[in-house]
Design a protein around this ligand. Structure first.
Ligand code: HMN
Length: 294
């Protein structure tokens, strides 16, 4: 799936104060990512979209809006994973019918599933959904670690075409790349984009690309051309930005910046139990916005 390579926005979703989707705001974010950030695709239904706080109908609503607003302009990957595998299958079929280019599924979490159970989960999804699947590995949030040989077993499943690798384990990344040259590897930590591109990932999916697209694209392109020194300078500025964002709160800061960038009057709220931004966070977000993005 060469066509899936590239830089993706982990799509951020704005909510209304009552927890419903702010559709107008979401459409504006999608336009911003496609037209101004000029990214290659959208990863819809990930952590950044607060997906794991949503009911099934709202997840479908977001898939609908993203496809409707995007059309065929960029690639679309639907994250459908959930410890509820029946829901994952239904959402996978739903997104596939809508025309999503691929699906992705987080490793099942909460219970301590054995690898055998994790593998069965991916087999159940790929057997039932007529689309290619990217494993979403994010041990920092799920607690699920997958080793090299286990990745090999998942990659043997029909239609498992790659992994979104959100981890700082560069030894494992290097081994994976060497052993599975045919599978797609997407980098998941934006602050480590450069070293993952040096390790020859096929693309990257991240939350900060929604706002810091141009620098991220430069890092990606320069690193691919072997211009590591130049790429590092941009990664350094990028990481000043990301450090400031993480210190002030990832969601409040990105929501504020995207609200400004899209000229939306209505505040971009979080979905409970995620807390709403405080005045102090909003003030700091404005400073970060002015310093790095505006
Ligand atoms: C998603 O599922 O929405 C993302 O792909 C998650 C993405 O990998 C982000 N990871 C987390 O938030 C844990 C990163 O973009 C991350 O926000 C960024 O690197 C800052 O740490």
């Amino acid at each position: 799936r060469e066509d899936l390579k590239g830089l993706y926005s982990a799509l951020l979703v704005p909510y209304n104060e009552d927890g419903s989707v702010n559709e107008e705001g979401l459409r504006k974010i999608i336009r911003h990512v496609i037209d101004k950030m000029e990214l290659d695709g959208l990863y819809v239904g990930g952590s950044t979209g607060e997906n794991f706080l949503l009911d099934k109908e709202t997840k479908k609503q977001i898939f609908d809006i993203a496809k409707d607003e995007t059309g065929d302009a960029v690639k679309l990957i639907a994250q459908v994973g959930s410890p509820n595998v029946y829901e994952a299958i239904e959402l996978g079929q739903y997104a596939t019918e809508l025309g999503y280019d691929a699906i992705s599924a987080v490793t099942p979490f909460y219970y301590k599933f054995s690898f055998k159970e994790v593998k069965q989960y991916y087999k159940d999804i790929t057997d039932a959904v007529d689309n290619d699947l990217i494993v979403y590995s994010i041990p920092v949030l799920t607690g699920v670690e997958i080793g090299l040989d286990d990745f090999g077993e998942l990659f043997e499943l029909d239609r498992v075409v790659g992994v979104k690798f959100t981890a700082a384990d560069f030894f494992l990344l290097e081994r994976l790349r060497k052993k599975f040259p045919e599978h797609l590897i997407f980098s998941g930590f934006d602050e480590m984009l450069l070293p993952t591109v040096v390790n020859k990932v096929d693309g990257a999916i991240g939350s900060t690309y929604n706002a810091n697209g141009p620098r991220s694209k430069q890092i990606f392109e320069l690193a691919k051309e072997g211009k590591v020194e130049e790429a590092l300078e941009i990664q350094n500025v990028t990481n000043d930005f990301i450090s400031a964002v993480l210190e002030n709160g990832l969601y409040p800061t990105l929501k504020y910046i995207l609200q400004q960038e899209t000229g939306s009057e209505e505040r971009f709220y979080a979905r409970k139990p995620m807390a709403q931004s405080t005045d102090a966070q909003l003030e700091r977000a404005q400073e970060i916005y002015e310093k790095y993005i505006k």
